[in-house]
Design a protein around this ligand. Structure first.
Ligand SMILES: [Zn+2]
Length: 453
């Protein structure tokens, strides 16, 4: 609902709030008589953290001039900004209370937008609204005033933020600024890619474990993006070398070339389709073409004529791979796992199997274990392995399995009993070797038989 409010306010107020670099470039391009203008650049210090409940309240009151906001909506928006942190079973709240605009979520981002618009509306009283814009907490304005007057403007801008209990840093009187990832030059009307000093781009290697279409698109996207933020061929050629070098290093065989962006096609207003995404992890180690199989399943489950086909078909069910955690995160996860002190209570019970009789070397009374059963067919030597997880003791779970092997109704209870019964049906014998693979993490109670292999 906040998204709609933001949208309405933006449309009706004509305030300039940028969503991305493209909109900044569009704004820059339409400025007239650039050679007579100068930049005023400002940035709000700790914007998210400085937004108080009061400021949000004021912003919503302001927004209500452009769109309907009832009390319930207002309350909900404020409620949704209550946050606290749970760490190691302790609850933490901010010193100032539970109201906190958090980073990383939609709600926080939308609150920032509505507050941003409110601030812009106040700044519009200092500088004409078409000459000042904001991207999150980065602001940029132009003015054709004399340096001395610009200093006064600067003070007025500071005052606006001060009134809202926000701090800003401002620089004024520049002809060239670096804003977001571009450099804008008023004297030449040129915009070009901007890279922070000592910032070297690094891309994933072409040989890495990523879906092929992702890898294929990397150089194309870089090319497209660089072209989009370059005013002309010359600017592009000057900016390209570090990117080209990074691409070469990652094993891509692509020569960056300036492609003037297509004149924006009038967007067809199409209704947003409801798409359900299936996001399996991608790994080169998997031989099966999961995507193809998935779509085949869709066709098979909802054939032409099926009443549900309207809802479930290849246009509404789509597949997009997600990447597996990279090496660094796999290592750090493992490290934190082995370094974390084991807070689980030690087992008090002793194994009563009697020495070498115990199938898991005396560990049968342990709770929260991941265990494995290897079922071997004695004649052929073929085997299958089953992996299970239990929150009870291994012993209890094993006995349950054994009961399932004696009752044919229980063949559906687990993959393991199903397999045993298949063997029995074929008149084949079986040997089982049990083992404990690991202790399960205690934080999330695992369901019985969470997975089986
Ligand atoms: Zn035992």
């Amino acid at each position: 609902m906040l998204a709609k409010i933001v949208h309405d306010v933006k449309e009706k107020s004509q305030l300039v709030q940028w969503k991305n670099t493209d909109s900044v470039i569009a704004w820059f391009k339409q400025l007239k008589n650039k050679e007579r203008l100068k930049f005023i650049q400002f940035d709000v210090v700790d914007f998210y953290g400085s937004i108080s409940e009061e400021l949000l309240e004021d912003s919503l009151t302001f927004a209500a001039r452009f769109t309907d906001i009832d009390e319930i909506t207002k309350e909900t928006i404020k409620q949704a900004a209550q946050s606290f942190l749970v760490s190691e079973n302790e609850i933490w709240i901010k010193k100032t209370g539970t109201f906190d605009v958090t980073m990383g979520g939609y709600h926080g981002a939308e609150i920032c937008e509505i507050v941003g618009l409110y601030l812009l509306s106040q700044l519009a009283e200092v500088i004409p609204r078409e000459f000042i814009g904001l991207y999150r907490y980065d602001g940029l304005a132009v003015s054709n005033a004399r340096p001395r007057q610009i200093e006064i403007l600067k003070k007025k801008i500071c005052k606006v933020f001060e009134n809202n209990k926000l701090k800003v840093t401002i620089e004024a009187n520049a002809k060239i600024v670096n804003f977001l990832d571009i450099t804008l030059d008023l004297s030449t009307s040129i915009y070009k890619p901007y890279m922070k000093e000592n910032d070297t781009p690094v891309y994933v290697n072409r040989e890495s474990n990523h879906p092929p279409n992702v890898l294929r698109n990397i150089p194309l996207e870089i090319n497209e993006r660089l072209s989009r933020i370059s005013a002309n061929q010359q600017v592009f050629d000057e900016a390209a070398p570090p990117y080209q070098e990074a691409l070469d290093k990652s094993g891509f065989n692509h020569k960056l070339k300036f492609q003037p962006p297509n004149p924006a096609k009038p967007k067809k207003r199409c209704r947003k389709k409801e798409v359900i995404w299936f996001n399996p992890p991608f790994s080169l180690n998997v031989k099966t073409n999961i995507g193809k199989e998935f779509l085949k399943l869709v066709d098979r489950a909802f054939p032409v004529g099926n009443p549900l086909r309207k809802i479930f078909n290849r246009n509404t069910l789509k597949i997009g791979y997600k990447c597996m955690p990279n090496m660094a995160s796999a290592i750090s996860k493992h490290n934190s796992k082995i370094l974390r002190p084991d807070t689980r209570p030690e087992n008090q019970q002793r194994c009563k199997c009697g020495g070498s009789e115990c199938p898991v070397g005396g560990k049968c009374p342990e709770k929260w274990v991941i265990y494995s059963a290897k079922v071997t067919e004695p004649v052929s030597g073929n085997f299958e392995t089953y992996t299970g997880l239990t929150s009870r003791t291994f012993k209890t779970r094993k006995q349950e399995h054994l009961r399932d092997f004696n009752n044919s109704d229980s063949r559906i209870k687990s993959k393991l009993s199903g397999h045993i019964w298949d063997q029995k049906d074929k008149g084949l014998g079986y040997n089982i070797e049990w083992s404990i693979i690991d202790r399960a993490p205690l934080s999330i109670p695992p369901p019985e038989n969470a997975y089986s292999v």
